[in-house]
Each structure stands twice: as structure tokens, then as C-alpha cells.
Design a protein around this ligand. Structure first.
Ligand code: FUC
Length: 766
């Protein structure tokens, strides 16, 4: 049997949504069930959100803010939280959900028997799903993809029996079904609206048959006795188009001018130019086929075997590439950023409204973007941040009386920034804009695009920092504190047993402030601008509370050494400085690194990592601590405990952050680039003695390929985008060559240093 490289595959149709296979072009998504007699493709369009933008900042907030702070400083926890709940929270409280577009259903008469040779797969290298089966001696095949090139979702049905395809197709949106209408004699259109002030949407489906006939019966497209059929699906909303129906019809008509093979070719070419940039192999190349027969087993069976403790390096490769596939399929330039579910959501009331939760989840979605060479996929996040700026200014001004821009723990299609929700444990956390802004800085650090830094990144970073400079207050000890705020979403226990969330200067806040201010200083110095602002930042940084070690030897989560109400809490916010931040480093700050390790051990001992994203963060943490074996244990746990049969991450329910955090974590095990150094194989587990990864990216403008054998580096190739000094952390001295010629390098304190020229490649080997 041919090895199913980079394929998810199954012997059955999906019975449940988390068994269906996701396709997407960044904005138009489909979940493929692959049912033989009644196929269902559950559809999403990224701007189908219920409701409009809100003006919800609490109108009494500013008046009561000093009192909340005073109560907190005086240790009056209950009083502070009681007042904050009424005075600071927004009205209305909750943002509205991201919703499904609807279902495309088709009914095939006579196919309601058990077929032979049923097969359903998702090919990650072509972003194409396939279903095939044999019925009454005839072979039927379906192919499905969502094309970014043509902005249509395409379904192709074929049969090797001439005239063998007869079916009816229609669109539905239960329980908000508002019917469809015809557009010509081969197209149906479904339209509707998402509430007062919400978007209006339209979806169009056109059928093109080769052989046989297409006609309209009722609200169905009826295909009769065709040899091959192409269904073209388009959908849009008023978020981008004044007339979404006209836009959708134009898209299906334009696609209809191209033969199916051309649509497919252009889709694959567009997709593969991103996907093919990175390859990842675990295991010795020569014995790959023999050693890994299990790669040919269905994906759900491999996952079950992993749950039983089986090793399956091929499944790790697949999971890694699946994360890249998902990012390419739900976040492309011009689309909306990936929500808690990317673009795939089948519920009108999804968990957490399938929003953008920005106290970890949305950020985690984008961790793989730069290192896994999908930097273009990062752009929708920058657009979202841009959209948040005007409302963020309003929130900063009306809630806090400050300049700059601020956001809290959730945002939506419209970029709303107010204190969202009613739970004190999550809502009052004004660091959202600051954390998100760091993503623009990360994009610069990898790509070194100075005009991006000047035009897009720095203005946003600066505006987020301006808010913080005005918002923080000095306590009696000369410390500069954030607050009222929370350590997402953990509670502490005061000595008298009182439990609380709200506090001044939780550790993660201060760590984010420090990281953002440092980033602003670096950016301003690259851009040679803003001297007085830099001085302001430096003065403020000197007053920030330090990272402190508490009574358990842990990194303190709060300003005081409180006990956690839930020591195994899923959030591990106090380790921001270890990852994605960089201040805790095993070599440079060994004591803090030891405390970070202790923090993780305590969290894990109390059941931490029980949600997919929490587990994924843990992989990244242990990688930064150089603990490959422990990181790998957590990779296995992520697959075994928090992964659905279609490889979607299970919070539960489905939440895509675990997929992206898991992919980023695997990359972090193989390559790190922070603190001005590149680390090759910094957390390689013993279980991966041999392997190769190509096409990753490192901060400082490097492309990186790494090959290793017997647990040791074989060679690495660094491609430098810019001239400069390259620093590589390596356990042993390495030879550096450029085109076979030795390059002078100095090796000291575990770091190799050499000069690189723009656009040149350097090979490093023992
Ligand atoms: C935060 C997390 C939850 C979930 C939600 C979307 O509230 O604590 O686990 O991820 O966001």
C-alpha cells in the first residue's frame, strides 16, 4: 500500500462533527462528513457574526475606579470585587457569537446501502478532502476543497458508471432557516441576516454537470444521470460587500468559466507555495517505510493506539503539519483572524461565542505563524488589532481616563474592547492590547521588514504602551502597578481564607508591560525615533516589580505570595516571562528557571494541562527549559487526551488554540530563537533520535534547516536575510562553512558567534 503521507484518513463517514474533516480558504470553511447517501457539508464564512458593534464601556467605571484601587490596596477584597462588578463591567455584558453560515446537503437516491471500499481522507499537501466508495460495482468519488485562488468552495463528484450521478442539493440554516431562491436554472441562493445591526449574508451554489441534466425542483438543484458534476459554493456578508448576493454570484460565475482541473490546479498551486515551505521527518530516512507501517493505519486508530501508550512519530509529524494546514485554511491575508475555533463552528451558541479570547487563546493561535514559515497567515491578526484601536482608545478614555488604547480579555468581528462579561475572574484585565501588540513586534523580529516596523508595528506598540504609562499607579513603595486586574483566571486565597481574583499587579501583567516596553525601546532605537518617550519607558521600567520566587520555590503569580485556590489551574500566566516572553532563561537566569520548573511541576501535580491549550502551553514551557523528554510526554498527552478523531484540539469542546500551540511547541523543541541567540535542537527528546526539519524560521531573519542522527546534530543550514552577527547556542563547537569554505567563528560559554552576509547560507556541523 502506498504510504499516506500527510493524510488524515478514515474507513467511515463522520458520525459526529469532530469526526468531519475541515477545509477552508482562510474565510470560507466546510466540514466534510462524507456520508454516502446524504452528504452534509457544514459551512462557515468568517464574518457571519451575530449582532453589531457595541458601545458598552461602563459609564460609571471611571468615577469608581479610584475607590476600587483604594479598597484593593487596603486589603478589602470582598468590597473591592463587589464594587468592581457593578461599576467597572460593561453593559451589555457579553459579546455576540460567531455563527454558522448553514449546511449544504445532497441526497443520492439508491446510495442508502453499505458501500464497499469506503475511504475518506484529508490530504494536507493539496488541502483536498476525498471520499470514495464502490456501490453495485460502480466506483464513486468526491473531492472537496476551498480555493483561495477563486474564493469558492468546490465539490466534485464523479462515477465510473456513465450517467451514474443523480442527486438533489440544497442549502439550509436550521434553526434560522429563511429559505432560498433561484438564480437561473442551476443556482440557488440563501440569504439572511444576523440580527439588528448585524451583517447580512448570502451564499450561492451552482451545479455544473458533464453529461445528464441539471434543473430546479422546489428549492433543490436536481442533477440527473450525470457523469461528473462540479458544485461551486460562494458566500459573503455585508462586512466586506454591500451586496453579498451579487458578490457570491459573481464568484461562482467566474469560477464556472474554468474547467474543474484548472480550479484544482490553481487551488493546489496557491496552497502548496506556503505549505511546502516546511518539511518534517522523524526517523531515519532509509528505514522509514519499514519502521513505520503504522503510518498506513487510519488516523482514528492511530490516535486510539496513542491513547493506549503507543509511540507513533508519524502521528506527531502529521499533527505538526495539520496545525500548519489549519492556519493556512483559516487565516489568510484579508480574512478575519482565527477565532477560538478558527473558522469552523457548527453552533449558533458556541462555547465562549467562538470569539477572540485574548488572554492566551488568540495569541496561541499565532505562535506557529512565524517559526513555521506561515508569516502571511499572521496578517489577519494585525488587521484585527487595527480594527480594535478606535474602540480601544474609547475604552482607555472612558473606563480609565487614559490615552493610548486598551482591550480586555475578549474581542469580536468589530474589534470591541470593553470589559466583557460578568466574571471577575476573567473580565477586568486591561492587558489585551499590550499582549496582542507584541505580535507585530514578533513579525518584525522574524522578517526584519523596517517599513512594517515603522508603519504598522511601532505605532500600535507605542499606543498600547502609552495607555499603560498613564494607567499604572505608584504604590507607597515606589513601585508601578497595574490594577485593578487579575491573573487570568485563577483565584488566590488570603490568609483569612477569603478568595479573590481582583488585585494590583498580578505577575503576568507586569511581565507583559516589561516585555512591551522593552520591545518599544528596541523598535524606537531601530527607527531612531522618540527619545523622550524612550526615557519615559526606561524610567517606568525601573519601577516595575521584579519577578519573584515564592514560598514553594515557585514564580509568584501575584504581588503577594498568596496560595492559589486552584494550584492545578489551566492558566499558567505567571510564566509568561518564560514563554512567550524571554526573561526567564535556563542559562541566563538559572534561579528563575528553576522556579519556573517548580511552578510547572506544581501545576502538573494538581492536574494542570487538563485543557488542550493549557497542555500545549506546557509543551512550550518545557521546551524553553530545555526538557525535551518532558515536552514530549506532554505532546503525547495532548494527542492522547485532548484530540478528537479529526485531530481537532479538544478543550473540550473543540478549541483550535491547542492545535496551534501544539504545532508551535513541537517547533520550539527543535528550534528556538530568543534572547539574541538561535538554539538548534534545544529540547530534543530521546524518542526522536533521528530526524530532519527544513524551512523553519528564526528571529533575526534566518531560514533554518536541521538534520540530526543518534540524538546529535548532523548539520544545520542557516540562511541569513541580513548581514550581521549570528549567535548560535550549541552544546559543542561547530564548524561553519559557506559554500564549502570555512568561516571564522568564536565559541565561548556554549555560544558560537560568526558574521553573516546578506542572502548567504551557512552550514553548521560538528
Ligand atoms: C478562557 C479559558 C478557558 C477557555 C476560554 C475560551 O476563559 O480559561 O479555558 O479557553 O478562555
Amino acid at each position: 500500500m502506498q504510504r499516506r503521507e500527510y493524510k488524515l484518513w478514515y474507513r467511515d463517514a463522520a458520525k459526529r462533527w469532530p469526526e468531519a474533516l475541515p477545509i477552508g480558504n482562510g474565510r470560507l470553511g466546510g466540514m466534510i462528513f462524507g456520508t454516502v447517501s446524504q452528504e452534509k457539508i457544514q459551512l462557515n464564512e468568517d464574518t457571519v457574526w451575530y449582532g453589531g458593534p457595541k458601545k458598552a464601556n461602563g459609564s460609571d467605571a471611571l468615577r469608581h475606579l479610584p475607590e476600587v484601587r483604594r479598597l484593593l490596596m487596603e486589603g478589602k477584597q470582598r468590597e473591592a470585587e463587589h464594587l468592581a462588578r457593578m461599576a467597572l463591567m460593561s453593559a451589555p455584558k457579553y459579546l455576540h457569537p460567531y455563527q454558522p453560515l448553514g449546511d449544504l446537503l445532497f441526497y443520492l437516491p439508491g446510495h442508502d446501502r453499505t458501500p464497499e471500499h469506503y475511504d475518506r481522507e484529508l490530504d494536507l499537501s493539496t488541502a483536498t478532502a476525498r471520499v470514495s466508495y464502490v456501490l453495485d460495482g460502480a466506483r464513486y468519488e468526491r473531492e472537496y476543497f476551498s480555493s483561495a485562488a477563486d474564493q469558492v468552495l468546490v465539490v466534485r463528484l464523479t462515477s465510473d458508471r456513465p450517467g451514474g450521478l443523480t442527486f438533489g442539493a440544497h442549502l439550509m440554516r436550521r434553526p434560522f432557516d429563511s429559505g432560498t431562491h433561484r438564480a437561473g436554472n442551476d443556482t440557488i441562493v440563501m440569504d439572511g441576516e444576523c440580527g439588528k445591526d448585524g451583517v447580512r449574508f448570502a451564499a450561492a451554489v451552482k451545479a455544473i454537470a458533464e453529461g445528464g441534466a441539471v434543473r430546479m425542483i422546489g428549492d433543490f438543484i436536481s442533477v440527473e444521470n450525470a457523469d461528473r458534476v462540479t458544485l461551486l459554493v460562494a458566500a459573503n456578508t455585508t462586512f466586506r460587500h454591500a451586496d453579498p448576493e451579487q458578490a457570491s454570484l459573481a464568484q461562482v460565475e467566474a469560477a464556472a468559466l474554468k474547467p474543474y482541473e484548472q480550479l484544482k490546479r490553481e487551488h493546489v498551486a496557491d496552497y502548496a507555495r506556503y505549505f511546502d515551505r516546511v518539511s518534517f521527518r522523524l526517523g531515519p530516512a532509509a528505514s522509514l517505510l519499514a519502521a513505520r507501517e503504522q503510518d498506513d493505519r487510519p488516523t482514528d486508530e492511530r490516535l486510539e493506539a496513542m491513547q493506549e501508550g503507543n509511540e507513533d512519530p508519524g502521528l506527531v509529524e502529521l499533527y505538526f503539519q495539520f496545525g500548519r494546514y489549519l492556519l493556512l485554511s483559516c487565516s489568510r491575508p484579508g480574512t478575519l483572524a482565527a477565532t477560538l475555533q478558527g473558522i469552523w463552528n457548527d453552533s449558533y451558541t458556541p462555547s465562549w461565542e467562538s470569539k477572540f479570547t485574548i488572554n492566551i487563546n488568540t495569541e496561541m493561535n499565532y505562535w506557529p505563524a512565524e517559526v513555521c514559515h506561515l508569516e502571511e497567515c499572521h496578517e489577519p491578526l494585525f488587521d484585527l488589532i487595527e480594527r480594535m484601536r478606535p474602540s480601544g482608545r474609547e475604552t482607555a478614555r472612558t473606563v480609565y481616563g487614559c490615552g493610548g488604547f486598551a482591550a480586555h480579555h475578549n474581542t469580536n468581528l468589530w474589534g470591541d474592547t470593553h470589559i466583557e462579561g460578568i466574571l471577575v475572574s476573567a473580565s477586568i484585565w486591561p492587558l489585551g492590547a499590550a499582549w496582542l501588540s507584541l505580535h507585530l513586534w514578533e513579525h518584525y523580529r522574524f522578517g526584519l521588514d523596517a517599513s512594517f516596523l515603522a508603519d504598522r508595528a511601532y505605532p500600535v506598540m507605542k499606543e498600547a504602551a502609552q495607555f499603560l504609562l498613564e494607567y499604572m499607579i505608584e504604590d507607597g513603595q515606589g513601585r508601578l502597578l497595574t490594577g485593578p486586574s487579575i491573573s487570568p483566571e485563577n483565584k488566590f486565597v488570603l490568609p483569612d481564607g477569603t478568595r479573590g481574583n481582583l488585585c494590583m499587579a498580578p505577575a503576568m501583567d507586569t511581565q507583559i508591560v516589561h516585555t512591551l516596553f522593552e520591545a518599544c525601546l528596541s523598535a524606537a532605537s531601530v527607527l531612531q525615533t522618540d527619545e523622550p518617550f524612550r526615557e519615559q519607558l526606561q524610567a517606568a521600567m525601573a519601577k516595575l516589580p521584579p519577578i519573584r520566587i515564592g514560598k514553594h520555590g515557585q514564580i509568584m503569580e501575584w504581588l503577594e505570595d498568596y496560595d492559589e485556590a486552584e494550584p492545578g489551574h489551566r492558566h499558567i500566566s505567571q510564566l509568561f516571562a518564560l514563554h512567550p516572553g524571554e526573561r526567564i532563561h535556563p542559562q541566563r537566569t538559572p534561579e528563575l528557571a528553576q522556579a519556573a520548573r517548580r511552578t510547572l511541576e506544581r501545576r502538573l501535580a494538581h492536574g494542570g494541562g487538563h485543557t488542550g491549550w493549557s497542555r500545549a502551553w506546557i509543551i512550550n514551557f518545557w521546551s524553553r527549559l530545555g526538557e525535551g523528554d518532558i515536552a514530549y510526554e506532554n505532546v503525547k498527552a495532548l494527542l492522547a487526551k485532548s484530540t478528537y478523531p479529526n485531530l481537532f484540539d479538544a478543550h473540550p469542546p473543540f478549541q483550535i488554540d491547542g492545535n496551534f500551540g501544539g504545532t508551535a511547541g513541537i517547533a520550539e523543541m527543535l528550534l528556538q530563537s530568543h534572547g539574541g541567540e538561535i538554539a538548534l535542537l534545544p529540547a530534543l527528546p530521546q524518542a526522536w533520535p533521528d530526524g530532519e526539519v527544513t524551512g523553519l524560521r528564526a528571529r533575526g531573519g534566518y531560514g533554518v534547516d536541521i538534520r540530526w542522527t543518534g540524538g546529535r546534530l548532523d548539520h544545520a543550514v542557516l540562511q541569513a536575510k541580513r548581514a550581521g552577527v549570528c549567535r548560535v547556542r550549541a552544546p559543542q563547537e561547530l564548524r561553519v562553512t559557506e559554500d564549502g569554505t570555512a568561516v571564522a567563528a568564536v565559541y565561548a560559554d556554549g555560544v558560537l558567534e560568526f558574521e553573516v552576509s546578506e542572502g548567504r547560507s551557512y552550514t553548521l556541523a560538528p
